[in-house]
Ligand binder design. Structure first.
Ligand SMILES: Nc1ncnc2c1ncn2[C@@H]1O[C@H](COP(=O)(O)OP(=O)(O)OP(=O)(O)O)[C@@H](O)[C@H]1O
Length: 308
């Protein structure tokens, strides 16, 4: 099996390359390495390996954005397996799919390589966009996009206070966010929600660096989960947000969750959208956007003792 490390030097606030230089010295098996030079490069690199005759393990050395790109490039291939070494700032991918802890863990995998097929989410709005972990609109999207753009993120991460930047933007967004009306079509039923803060579709439980927003999501069950937070005061939303890390927010009546193979969402005005925590433009007003499990799946490492 060919082993390829795909390193995003921009991940982890620019610290990933330094970490990689230390890590590569510990590797005792043959490998290839490619350092990404632009956003979207990891997708192109992974797609190139589709032509390879040999089975290849593509290991993303980065965060959730890097892994989404690699999976988008590798999806559907029988020969490509995707693994990760968490070197980003949020690393929700690792929480759900596991990450290699060190080079020995990769060697153990090579002795007994067990891949596992995983679902891929997809939303279609004229064009199809795939997501590995989640895609959402509203409050959470506005926060994650503001955090990603924030100069404060880099500064606080350098001080080891990365989580604080979320708190700052949660409060800021809480004060200025304008709620919206959302229509959801699911399993033949159409329901309209007023005063909506957010709607997020998940393939795995975590979002935003460890928030367990969709506790019942499973990565390989052929289903997606929709969470809608609506009709809640600013103060109570703050309280609910505090419970997301444990998944206890699902007990609040203002949090509605459902599971299906397909959801159709429509908003009465344009709303901020994220894909796996990255900016995905605005969800347009009055368009029906479908969220489904993609026909294409991908292969991860099977969770066993060799990964955390
Ligand atoms: N050479 C590069 N220069 C600038 N950006 C890059 C480069 N290579 C990749 N990228 C982009 O960097 C972005 C951030 O990467 P990634 O999400 O992996 O790290 P992170 O934001 O630190 O981690 P997380 O998403 O887990 O919080 C990705 O959207 C990717 O497209």
């Amino acid at each position: 099996m060919k082993i390829v490390f795909i390193i995003n030097p921009a991940a982890g606030n620019g610290r990933a390359l330094k970490r990689w230089r230390r890590f590569e010295k510990t590797i005792q098996f043959p490998f290839e390495q490619v350092v990404t030079t632009y956003s979207g490069h990891a997708l192109a690199i992974a797609a190139n390996y589709r032509e390879s005759k040999q089975v290849a393990l593509l290991i993303g050395f980065g965060g959730d954005g890097t892994l989404r790109e690699i999976i988008a490039g590798a999806a559907g291939s029988e020969k490509l397996i995707v693994g990760s070494i968490a070197a980003g700032s949020g690393n929700d991918f690792g929480r759900a799919y596991g990450t290699f802890t060190d080079a020995q863990a990769i060697e153990q995998f090579l002795h007994k390589p067990l891949p596992k097929r995983q679902d891929l989410g997809e939303f279609t709005n004229g064009k199809a966009f795939q997501f590995v972990s989640s895609s959402g609109i509203g409050f959470d999207a506005e926060i994650s996009i503001s955090v990603n753009r924030s100069p404060l993120k880099k500064k606080l991460n350098q001080l080891g206070l990365g989580k604080l930047v979320y708190v700052v933007y949660v409060i800021r967004t809480l004060l200025k966010f304008e709620k919206f009306t959302l229509s959801v079509k699911c399993d033949g039923n159409l329901v309209t929600y007023k005063d909506v803060w957010l709607a997020t579709v998940n393939n795995q439980p975590y979002f935003g660096g460890g928030m367990k927003i969709s506790p019942s999501s499973k990565t390989d069950d052929g289903l997606l989960e929709l969470t809608v937070v609506h009709k809640i005061s600013r103060l109570k939303l703050l309280l609910v947000f505090g419970t997301v890390f444990s998944g206890a927010h699902t007990r609040f009546k203002e949090v509605t969750q459902m599971s299906s193979t397909e959801f159709w969402l429509s908003t009465e005005k344009p709303v901020c959208r994220h894909v796996d925590g990255d900016d995905a433009g605005m969800s347009p007003a009055n368009d029906l956007v479908s969220y489904t499990v993609s026909q294409t799946d991908w292969q991860s490492i099977k969770l066993t003792d060799y990964i955390s």
